[in-house]
Each structure stands twice: as C-alpha cells, then as structure tokens.
Write a protein that binds this ligand. Structure first.
Ligand SMILES: Cc1ncc(COP(=O)(O)O)c(C=O)c1O
Length: 436
C-alpha cells in the first residue's frame, strides 16, 4: 500500500483510471529505493531560509503529497500504480541488447551489453518519471505542470505525460537549446505542451537575469527558477523536476530492475551511465548497487559526465541551491555553484551545475566512481556505436558509450560491461554534423 492509494478521490476524468488490462509481468511492479540499503542516510534537503531540514509542508506548494512521501521514504520498494504500469507497457520492458558487433569492431574480449531507453515514445528514459509525476499530480487535482528542460528530452516527456493523463504542461527551455534544437519543441507542441525560451520576460527571475546578462545562453538553473516561480504563484499548478530529486531517481529504477532480470545470472563487472542530474545513471545502477550492498556483489558503477560541466569530478560536495534565483531547497550535492553557466555543448541534458544528492552521497561514500569525457571523444564514440550497432545514441548517452569503449578496448578478459543508453539521437542529428 502506498500513500497514494488513500489519496482523496478528487479526480473524475477517466485518463487517470486504469484500463484494467493485464500488464506483462516483465514490467516492474515496484520502484526500488536505495535509501533502504545505504550504509549511511543521505543528508536531508534544507529550507533555503532557515537551513533546517525541510518538512512536507515546505514542499506542498510545488509537489503532490505522494511524491513528497516518496522523497523521504526509506521503504525498499514502492508499488507502481496500475495506470502507470499500463502506460509503461507501451515501451517497457526496454530491451537489453548484447553489443556483438561493437565487440567485434573493438576487437575486445569483453562482453558488452546496453540497456536501451530510446524506445520510449519521447526517445529517452525521461518518461519513466514524467508519467509517474503527472499521475500523482493529477490524482491530487492539479491541472497544470511547469518545468525546465535542456535539450528538450524532459520537456517532451512531460508533455507526453500531460497528453496521456490530461494535464496542461508549460516548459522553460534553456535558450541555447531552444535556438539550436527546434525539433523537440515541435515534439512538445505535438503533445500539447507550451515551450518558452529561458530566460524569459514572463517571470521575475527571467527578467532579472535578462537585465543583468541579456546575451546569456541560459542554464537549467535559470529555467528551474522560472518554472518554480510560476508554479508557486498558481494554486492549480505544480512544478515537476526531470532529475536530481530522490523521487525522480526512484521512478527511474525500472531501468535497473529490468536489466537485473534480463541479465539473469550474468553479473556485470562494470556499468557506465551518463550523468547530468543523475537520474538515468541512478535508475540503471541503484538496483545493482543495492545488490552490491545486500549480497556482496562487486559491480563497479561509473558516472560519465561532460568535461564542460564536471560537477562530480571537479565540483565541491556541499549544500547548494538547485536553481539560480535561490528558490529551491538547499541540497547536499557535488556542485559547480548554482550560478555556473556551462558552455552550450550539444549534450544539453548534461548541462546542470549540480548532481543528485543520492548520487553525490554514493560517490562520497566510495560506492560509485566518476569520469569526465570531452565532447569530441563522446561524439566519436557515438558515431562508432552507430556504425556497429545501428542506433544513433543521444548526445548525452555518448558519454557513457565513450567511457565503455575506452574500457573495453583495454580489456584483457571476457568481463561484462553494461552501458546505459539513455536515449536516441534522431532529433539531435545536426549535432553529429561535425563528426560524420
Ligand atoms: C537522453 C538523455 N540522457 C541523459 C540525460 C541526463 O539527465 P539525467 O542525468 O537526469 O539522466 C538527459 C537529460 O535531458 C537526456 O535527455
């Protein structure tokens, strides 16, 4: 039983009701919560004014109670509502594929697998949490969701969720991506979402940033400030975050739980996942980390971040805001500073100044490692992967592919390497232009 099972019956529209068909048993029934297995609890989020640990009431203007409960839950498993499982079954379980041709191309004895999230309707892992977040908001009677997006994968995913569950979605997209990558905006609009370039004239935060730095290329931290401000002012609206927070990471654990099942007795020696805010990495690796902690397996977990925005490898581990305007709670995380504006690299989804507190905590405890990959190396690996396996990885995912390829090239045994292929790059093809 989850908190939401007893939520008030505010909803009359049928979009939220289960259709009642039998969802295949290969679609996970629960999300996995790493908090249950951590040797030390993750430091709590603090109120930005008092610096005291946040209470549920502090988060209530922005999030539904079910998600607030998940944010602080220490239960190992959280049941996935039937409506959410039904929607997941449109593309889940996502395939786990042995990269035979890549192995041959690299001449490696390593056995390489990849877990492919690009089969979702939006093209990435992001709908795993977008659907869940939209569901719980709808259940609480919210009619409008606001959010930020980088390259647009998250904005498209939340717009998709809004379409399926009957919510209005309004997105602030980082200006560099808004200008350079219009296709995901069209995707958002096709799903009925509304997309603004950030910083915008629509919010106080956006106007202040534009007055100080009119030519800014924008950042996720700025776009978050705008989306949070709008949600906080509208009683019918809530804010939705595409990464970083515990409940977002929780929803993504369908990835790793499926991979555990699909691998059966095969225990990966090392897993590589790209890391922006940390959600796909956590989603893939946390179920394996939980097994390491409970059963003593020794799977290595490697976060792959861009050299242009290296929060884990170069940032400080301290309390910081999630946004530029200082509207969000203080999170204990690896951070480059909330006002850090990364260069406008192609992997827009990896341009975040901080890292999920749970991922930061795991790295700090020595349970996870991190590497930084430069953009050229990442894209070259993306092209190499595409020519061997056929799938063109999202620019974000190429960071994991690059680290895995370097590892496999040096391998001398048939060790098992697992890559998190978080999305496809078919709407990012102009970014590949310089590398083909
Ligand atoms: C395909 C893809 N992979 C990875 C990321 C990075 O985000 P996260 O670290 O939360 O998975 C993004 C973000 O937009 C993305 O679109």
């Amino acid at each position: 039983m989850t908190a939401t099972d007893s939520a008030p019956a505010l909803v009359t529209e049928r979009s939220i009701d289960p259709l009642g068909f039998e969802v295949p048993s290969t679609v996970p029934t629960h999300w996995y919560n790493l908090a249950a297995d951590l040797p030390q609890p993750c430091p709590p989020a603090l109120h930005p004014g008092t610096r005291e640990p946040l209470g549920p009431e502090d988060l209530a203007p922005l999030f539904p109670m079910a998600l607030i409960a998940q944010e602080v839950s220490t239960e190992r498993y959280v049941e996935i509502p039937q409506t959410v499982r039904e929607i997941y079954s449109l593309w889940r379980p996502a395939p786990l594929i042995r990269a035979h041709r890549l192995e041959r191309a690299l001449g490696t004895p390593a056995r390489i697998y990849y877990k492919y999230e690009g089969v979702s309707p939006a093209g990435s892992h992001k709908p795993n949490t977008a659907i869940a977040q939209a569901y719980y908001n709808k259940l609480e009677g919210v009619t409008r969701l606001t959010t930020e997006t980088g390259a647009g994968q998250w904005g498209a995913s939340l717009s998709l969720a809004g379409a399926l569950l009957g919510l209005t979605v309004e997105v602030w997209q980082v200006r560099a991506s808004y200008d350079a990558k219009p296709y995901r905006r069209f995707q958002m609009e096709a799903y009925g979402g509304v997309c603004h370039s950030s910083p915008s004239e629509l919010t106080e935060a956006g106007r202040a940033i534009l007055a100080a730095t009119p030519d800014t290329t924008g950042s996720l931290g700025m776009a978050i400030s705008e989306a949070v401000e709008v949600a906080a002012e509208d009683p019918e609206a809530h804010y939705s975050l595409g990464s970083v927070l515990n409940h977002v990471l929780l929803h993504q654990t369908v990835i790793g739980q499926e991979a555990l099942e699909q691998l059966g007795d095969v225990v990966p020696d090392v897993i590589f996942g790209c890391a922006g805010g940390g959600s796909n990495l956590a989603g893939l690796t946390f179920p394996f980390l939980g097994r390491n902690l409970r059963e003593g397996t020794t799977t290595r977990l490697v976060a792959c971040e861009p050299a242009a925005c290296p929060s884990l490898t170069q940032g400080e581990y301290r309390y910081d805001h999630g946004d530029v305007a200082g509207l969000t709670p203080l999170l204990k995380m690896h951070t480059l500073g909330a006002d850090f504006v990364p260069p406008p690299i192609h992997a827009g989804g990896l341009r975040y100044h901080g890292m999920a507190p749970m991922v930061s905590h795991a790295v700090n405890l020595g349970l996870m490692e991190a590497v930084a990959i430069d953009q050229d190396t990442a894209f070259r690996a993306g092209v190499e992967f595409a020519r061997a396996e056929g799938i063109i990885p999202a620019p974000e995912s190429t960071h994991a592919v690059a680290a895995a390829i370097a590892h496999a090239r040096a391998a001398t045994t048939d060790e098992v390497v697992l890559i998190g292929l978080s999305g496809n790059g078919v709407l990012d093809l102009p970014s590949y232009g310089a590398y083909v």
